[in-house]
Design a protein around this ligand. Structure first.
Ligand code: SAM
Length: 363
């Protein structure tokens, strides 16, 4: 699997789009809001009335979450500007990054509405699309003030090598042997270290990063039960002869959910950043996690059933599944998946899921 070519969220604004089916990730942005605001306002204070601030959102995808993250940052700066009694709003250079096949057009089409919703009174925002992998250099040296990434860094740059023993599992599961777990961790170690190295070159001294991870609380293995269940659906299709066994054995999802301790040790090993904050919080698929949440859950209706979870998982995993297995099985995969989740909905939703929020300062 070539992650750079095959990974993307479902584009557009239709029923299966990421734009319509990402309330879970939206909660992550909202849960990290106070830490994000603290980071950008401290930066703004330290900059001594800057004319412009350059902000990059890495792994921005497309849809309301992309501009939610940006608008929170711009509003936080402006509120703080008023508190500091500074007269002029800074202008904002906003860089929206994702892999090249991301649906950047949907983001750009929504910009006029975004500007209307934001209203006047803020500094001008200049938007730039930056297609490319955040595991490569994306920006000139010393050019960024602030980097934000939410729910994107658990995606690895490639499927780890040497994980044939994972057999029919599509991700790390309780049945994965230790060498497979190690291969996943080693890939994360290499990728996150590369990420830190590039960002340390691109951020100015004193620049900030807020990185939200789909992670785990401690060193105990914590498996993504909903992803594992998608693998169970695919296994059923193998057993019934709709999918070749070899095809499933060669499919592994390049996702690793790190613990705070793993993140801390990699940031310290890199040595370019001070850890200002590193917190884990439980996050739930259903219900509201934040007072500031609008409650509309991206307008996708009832968020309390298997269909909701299946739509959200489809918005994320459909393109990867299509490129490996072809289009033919998709409806059937998600029909079965929806029923499987619905059958066990309460206990699946009770499984602990964590978001790790880190705020880093460039030395
Ligand atoms: C689950 S979405 C999160 C989107 C958005 N930040 C949010 O919170 O809703 C993860 C995004 O990260 C992007 N991504 C994954 N690996 C990437 C990489 N190496 N470089 C750039 N973007 C990447 C994916 O394409 C996807 O759009």
């Amino acid at each position: 699997m070539k992650v750079v070519e095959e990974l993307r969220m479902n584009g557009g604004t239709g029923d299966n789009s990421y734009a319509k089916n990402s309330p879970f990730q939206r909660k992550g942005i909202l849960m990290a809001k106070s830490i994000t605001e603290k980071a950008i306002t401290s930066l703004y204070t330290s900059l001594n009335n800057p004319k412009s601030i350059s902000i990059a959102d890495l792994g921005c995808s497309s849809g309301p979450n992309t501009l939610l993250a940006v608008s929170n940052l711009v509003k936080a700066v402006d509120n703080h500007r008023k508190k500091l009694r500074r007269l002029h709003s800074p202008e904002f250079q906003i860089y929206l990054n994702d892999l090249p096949t991301n649906d950047f057009n949907t983001i750009f089409r929504s910009l006029p509405d975004f500007r209307t919703e934001m209203g006047d009174g803020f500094g001008l925002c200049f938007f730039n699309g930056v297609p490319g992998s955040f595991y490569d250099r994306l920006f000139p040296a010393d050019s960024l003030h602030f980097v934000h990434a939410s729910y994107s860094l658990h995606w690895l740059s490639q499927v780890p090598k040497g994980i044939e023993d994972n057999k029919l599992n599509i991700c790390l599961t309780s049945a994965s042997p230790p060498n497979v777990t190690k291969a996943y961790y080693d890939q994360f170690d290499r990728d996150f270290s590369t990420f830190l190295k590039h960002r340390s070159e691109e951020l100015m001294k004193g620049g900030r990063m807020v990185l939200n991870f789909f992670g785990r609380k401690d060193e105990n293995p914590d498996y993504d039960i909903l992803l594992e269940l998608l693998g169970v659906t695919l296994k059923e299709l193998v057993e019934e002869g709709f999918v070749e066994e070899e095809k499933l054995i060669s499919f592994n999802v390049p996702i690793y959910t790190p613990s705070p301790a793993e993140l801390k040790s990699l940031v310290e090993k890199d040595g370019s950043f001070i850890i200002d904050c590193l917190e884990d919080s439980q996050i739930h698929w259903t219900g509201s996690e934040s007072e500031s949440e609008s409650g509309d859950d991206n307008n996708i209706g009832n968020t309390n059933d298997g269909a909701y979870v299946a739509r959200c998982m489809r918005a994320v995993f459909e393109p990867l599944l299509v490129s490996h297995f072809g289009e033919g099985i998709i409806e059937e995969v998600f029909r079965r998946y929806r029923n499987m989740v619905a059958a066990d909905f309460k206990s699946l939703m009770a499984v602990d899921t964590y978001i790790i929020v880190s705020a880093l300062i460039k030395k």
